[in-house]
Design a protein around this ligand. Structure first.
Ligand SMILES: *Cc1c(COP(=O)(O)O)cnc(C)c1O
Length: 788
C-alpha cells in the first residue's frame, strides 16, 4: 500500500516553496512500524500532482539517511531533478553559490535507484531510463526490460532517441534552459494574476495552475469544474490546458488528504513557445474568465479504467456546449505573435563584458571579424540566415540527387511559375550568379542600365558586362528622415529624361528592385510598377526585377495601399511581377533558404543565352550547382514566403524593433523598412568626426554592450575615392541591424532595443576609431581598427 509522508500539499493558499518536502516524523514512524514492512521509500523531485513544487535538498538527504538507517532502499523519481535543483539553488540557504550540476549530483545521490522520464528531465521527445547502485535491482530490471520494453541495450528507444536523451542530460544542467523556462512560467503567472485570475502560488516547476473552484465557483465539485474550465479555455481562447482534478484522478483522490483540488494546468513545453505566445495565452484566457458565468459543468458519460483522464468522455450539463459564447473572430487572433513554434533549438552562448571587450579588440573592432559563437544575437545579415520550416527539412530529406533531371528541379520550376509567374527559369547557386547570367545575356558594352538605387553585386555585374548603372530612384529615398511610404519608387521624370538622353536602344532593361535594400528596405508601390512597365514597354525596354525581397514588398502594398488591404499577398506579388519581363533574385533572403537561387525571364532569346552560360559557370541546367535538397527546400520556401500570416509577422517584427527604438528617441532611418533597422550614427555620435568612423565605433559598442552583432554601412563600407585617395565620406553613416527570418523572438528584439538604449545613454563617452589595416578592395570585410 502507499503511505503518503508529505505535509498536506492540497492548500492552494500556502506560500511554501518547498511543498514536496517529506514529513520526516511521519517517515520515521512508518519506518519504525514493523507490522507493515516497507518495500522502499519513494522520493520525488518536483512531483506533478502538487504543481511540480520542489523539495529541499537537505530534506531529501535526511529522508534518504533515515531510510538507509532502517535498511530500506530509496527510489527517487528524478524526472524533474534539474528543476528541483534550480529551486534549491535559488531558495535553499547555503546553496546559491553552487552549480546546478553539483546540486543535481547531490539530489541524485539521495536515491539508490533512479527512475527518469527523459521527456521531462532530458528535454527529449520520448524515452527514459532506470539507473541504480544495487546489483540485484539492476539484474531484476534488465530481465524485465526485455519482456516489456525491448533489448536491455535500447529498451524500446531508437538509437537516435538515446542520442537525444544523452545530449539532453547534459543540456538540462545548463542553467539557461531551466532558468528561462522558470522565468517564462513566472511571467505567465504574473500575466494571469494581473488579469485577476486565481493562480495557485508559488509557481512550481512544470506549469502554472489555476484554481478552478475560484474560476467557476457556480459549478459544484461533482460537475468537474477543472475539466469544464479547461474546455471553456479551449473553446474560447484556442489554448489547450490540462486538467488536474477529479476527472483525471478519482483513484488518487481517494487517498489524498482532505478535499481534492480542482486545478487547470498550463504546462508550456520547454523551449517551444516564446514569451509573446504565453502573453497571448494569458490574454485569451482572461477573455474567457470575463465570461466565466456562462461556463456549464460536465457529467461523466463513459469512464475509462484506472487512468480515466486519458479516455473518459463527458457531456455538458443542461446545455449543448460548455461555453455558449462564440469563439473570438479569427481575424482578431494572434497575428502580432510568432506564427510558429520551436522544434529545434540552437544554443546561444552568453559571455561577459570583459570577454567581449577582448573579443572586439582581437577582431580589430570590426564586427565581420568576430566569431559567430561570441555573438548572442547576430544581426549581421538576413542572407542565408533564415530558419527553415519542418516542411522544408522534410523536403530536404526527399531531395533527388540525380545529376540531370532531378525531380526537385521540376518542383522548383512549377513553384516559380505558380508564385512569380515567369515563363522560363535558370537555376543558379545564389543571387549574384543570376545577375552575372542576365547581365551577360542582355547588356552590350556602352549600354545604360537605370535602376532604383544600386546594389553592390548587381552594379558590379552590369559593369563587368560593359554597362553603366544610373540611379533613377526618387529623391526621398536619400533622405533618412522622409516619411514617404514608397521610398523605393522610380522617378518617372528621371527615367524619361534618361531615355531621351541615351536612347531606348542603349537601355536593355530597367533594374527594378523590390523593398530596396540600400535604401533601408523601402518598398515600391503597385502604381509605380505599373507606370514604369508602361513607360519601358512603350520604348521596347524590358523591366527586370531584383525580386530578392519581393514578398516583403508585396506585404507592404497590402498594408499601406487601401486598394490592396483585402488582397492576399500571393495575389499582390503575382500582379507586381506581371509588370516585369523577368527577375534576378537572391533566394537566401525572402525565399527562406540557406543557399540557392534562380533567375527568370519571359523572353525565349534571353533564356537561350542564359542556358548556354549556366553549365559553364554554375552547373547542369537542371540544378545550376544546387543539390537536389537545396532545390527542394527552395521550392517549399517559395510557397511559404507568400503565406499572409508568415510574411506579416516577418515584416512586423522588424517594424516592432523600429518602434521600440523610435519610442526611446533613438535616431534611425525612417520609416522602418522590412528587413533591417538602420541606426543613424551621425546623429547618434555627433561628436565623432566621420573619418574616425562613428558607425564602425557604434557597431563595436553594441557588441561589447550586449553581444549584438550589427554591420557598418558608412564611411568604411563606402571606401576611398579612386582619384583623390580620400575616404568617400557618404551622406549616410549607418549601422544596420538586419533581422534573420523566423529566428528571433519578440523578447530578443526587446533585448536588442534595451542594449541600443543603454549605449545611447553613454554615447558621450564613446570614442572614434583609427584604421590600422585596410585592404585595397571591399575594405569593410577585413579592415582593422584601434580606439582613439
Ligand atoms: C543579397 C542581394 C543580392 C545578391 O545575392 P546573393 O545571393 O548574396 O549573391 C542581390 N540583390 C539584393 C537586393 C540583395 O539583397
Amino acid at each position: 500500500m502507499v503511505e503518503r509522508a508529505g505535509p498536506p500539499p492540497h492548500d492552494p493558499a500556502s506560500s511554501e516553496v518547498f511543498r514536496a518536502d517529506v514529513d520526516l516524523d511521519k517517515l520515521k514512524r512508518a519506518l519504525a512500524d514493523r507490522a507493515t514492512p516497507v518495500a522502499f521509500v519513494a522520493l520525488a523531485c518536483c512531483p506533478e500532482f502538487i504543481g511540480a513544487a520542489p523539495a529541499r535538498l537537505s530534506n531529501l538527504k535526511e529522508a534518504a539517511r533515515l531510510a538507509r538507517e532502517a535498511g530500506v532502499p530509496v527510489v527517487l523519481d528524478a524526472s524533474r531533478i534539474a528543476m528541483n535543483a534550480l529551486f534549491v539553488q535559488r531558495h535553499e540557504p547555503g546553496q546559491e553559490k553552487r552549480s546546478l550540476r553539483e546540486i543535481i549530483r547531490e539530489l541524485a545521490a539521495c536515491g539508490d535507484t533512479l527512475v527518469v522520464s527523459a521527456k521531462e528531465a532530458c528535454l527529449a521527445n520520448c524515452g527514459g531510463f532506470v539507473c541504480t547502485q544495487k546489483e540485484e535491482v539492476y539484474q531484476g530490471v534488465r530481465s524485465l526490460v526485455v519482456v516489456y520494453e525491448g533489448l536491455h541495450t535500447y529498451g524500446g528507444m531508437a538509437g537516435r532517441d538515446m542520442e537525444a536523451v544523452a545530449t539532453g542530460l547534459l543540456e538540462m544542467c545548463q542553467p539557461e534552459f531551466i532558468g528561462w523556462h522558470q522565468y517564462q512560467l513566472e511571467q505567465l503567472a504574473r500575466a494571469l494574476e494581473g488579469a485577476g485570475l486565481p493562480v495557485v502560488k508559488p509557481v512550481g516547476g512544470a506549469g502554472v495552475y489555476l484554481d478552478a473552484r475560484r474560476f467557476a465557483p457556480h459549478l459544484p465539485p461533482e460537475q468537474h469544474p477543472a475539466l469544464a474550465v479547461a474546455c471553456a479555455i479551449f473553446l474560447g481562447a484556442g489554448v489547450r490546458c490540462g486538467e488536474r482534478g477529479l476527472a483525471s484522478r478519482p483513484r488518487l483522490e481517494a487517498t489524498a488528504n482532505g478535499a481534492g483540488m480542482e486545478l487547470v494546468a498550463l504546462c508550456p513545453p520547454m523551449r517551444v513557445y516564446s514569451l509573446a505566445h504565453l502573453q497571448y495565452a494569458a490574454k485569451a484566457i482572461a477573455g474567457v474568465y470575463a465570461r466565466r458565468d456562462t461556463i456549464h459543468g460536465l457529467r461523466l458519460r463513459q469512464a475509462a479504467g484506472a487512468l480515466s483522464g486519458y479516455g473518459a468522455l463527458f457531456d455538458p450539463v443542461e446545455a449543448d456546449t460548455v461555453l455558449p459564447v462564440p469563439p473570438p473572430d479569427p481575424q482578431a487572433q494572434p497575428l502580432e505573435y510568432e506564427p510558429y513554434r520551436t522544434k529545434t533549438v540552437e544554443v546561444l552562448r552568453t559571455t561577459d563584458r570583459e570577454y567581449r571587450e577582448r573579443a572586439a579588440a582581437e577582431a580589430g573592432f570590426n564586427t565581420f571579424l568576430l566569431r559567430s559563437e561570441d555573438c548572442y544575437i547576430d544581426l549581421l545579415t538576413d542572407s542565408g540566415t533564415s530558419a527553415m520550416s519542418d516542411d522544408q527539412w522534410a523536403a530536404a530529406m526527399l531531395g533527388d540527387e540525380s545529376v540531370a533531371g532531378s525531380w526537385d528541379f521540376y518542383q522548383l520550376e512549377e513553384a516559380q511559375r505558380e508564385v512569380l509567374g515567369f515563363a522560363h527559369m535558370v537555376p543558379v547557386h545564389q543571387g549574384r550568379a543570376g545577375e552575372h547570367l542576365i547581365s551577360q545575356a542582355m547588356i552590350k558594352p556602352g549600354d545604360t542600365i537605370p535602376g532604383n538605387m544600386y546594389f553592390t553585386t548587381t552594379r558590379e555585374h552590369q559593369e563587368l558586362a560593359g554597362g553603366t548603372f544610373v540611379d533613377v530612384i526618387i529623391d526621398q529615398a536619400h533622405d533618412p528622415a522622409s516619411q514617404y511610404p514608397w521610398k523605393g519608387d522610380i522617378d518617372l521624370n528621371k527615367l524619361k529624361s534618361l531615355i531621351e538622353k541615351v536612347g531606348a536602344k542603349r537601355i536593355p532593361y530597367v533594374k527594378y528592385e523590390c523593398s530596396v535594400n540600400m535604401a533601408g528596405g523601402q518598398p515600391v508601390s503597385m502604381e509605380n510598377a505599373r507606370a514604369v512597365s508602361e513607360l519601358c514597354h512603350a520604348h521596347g525596354i524590358q523591366v527586370m526585377f531584383d525580386a530578392t525581397r519581393c514578398a516583403e514588398n508585396a506585404y507592404l502594398i497590402q498594408k499601406k495601399d487601401p486598394k490592396y488591404h483585402k488582397v492576399p499577398v500571393a495575389q499582390i506579388l503575382k500582379e507586381l511581377m506581371s509588370y516585369g519581363d523577368g527577375c534576378t533574385i537572391s533566394a537566401k533572403k525572402d525565399l527562406l533558404v540557406n543557399i540557392g537561387s534562380f533567375c527568370a525571364t519571359n523572353h525565349r532569346w534571353v533564356y537561350e543565352r542564359m542556358r548556354e552560360m549556366c553549365p559553364i559557370f554554375e552547373g547542369p541546367l537542371t540544378s545550376g550547382g544546387m543539390t537536389g535538397r537545396d532545390m527542394a527546400c527552395l521550392a517549399a520556401g517559395i510557397y511559404e514566403m507568400v503565406d499572409d500570416t508568415y510574411i506579416r509577422s516577418r515584416v512586423e517584427a522588424t517594424q516592432y524593433l523600429g518602434k521600440l527604438l523610435l519610442d526611446a528617441g533613438i535616431p534611425i532611418v525612417e520609416p522602418p523598412g522590412t528587413h533591417a533597422i538602420f541606426l543613424d550614427a551621425r546623429r547618434f555620435l555627433p561628436h565623432i568626426e566621420q573619418d574616425q568612423y562613428p558607425a564602425q565605433a557604434l557597431a563595436a559598442e553594441l557588441f561589447i554592450e550586449a553581444g549584438i552583432r550589427a554591420m557598418e554601412r558608412g564611411n568604411v563600407s563606402a571606401g576611398r575615392d579612386k582619384k583623390t585617395g580620400q575616404n568617400k565620406r557618404p551622406k549616410l553613416e549607418l549601422v544596420r541591424l538586419t533581422i534573420p527570418r523566423r529566428v528571433y523572438s519578440r523578447s530578443q528584439f526587446e533585448l536588442c532595443a534595451e542594449a541600443v538604449i543603454r549605449v545611447w545613454k553613454r554615447r558621450e563617452s564613446i570614442r572614434g576609431l583609427k584604421m590600422v589595416f585596410e585592404a585595397p578592395q571591399l575594405r569593410f570585410f577585413t579592415a582593422r581598427f584601434e580606439r582613439l
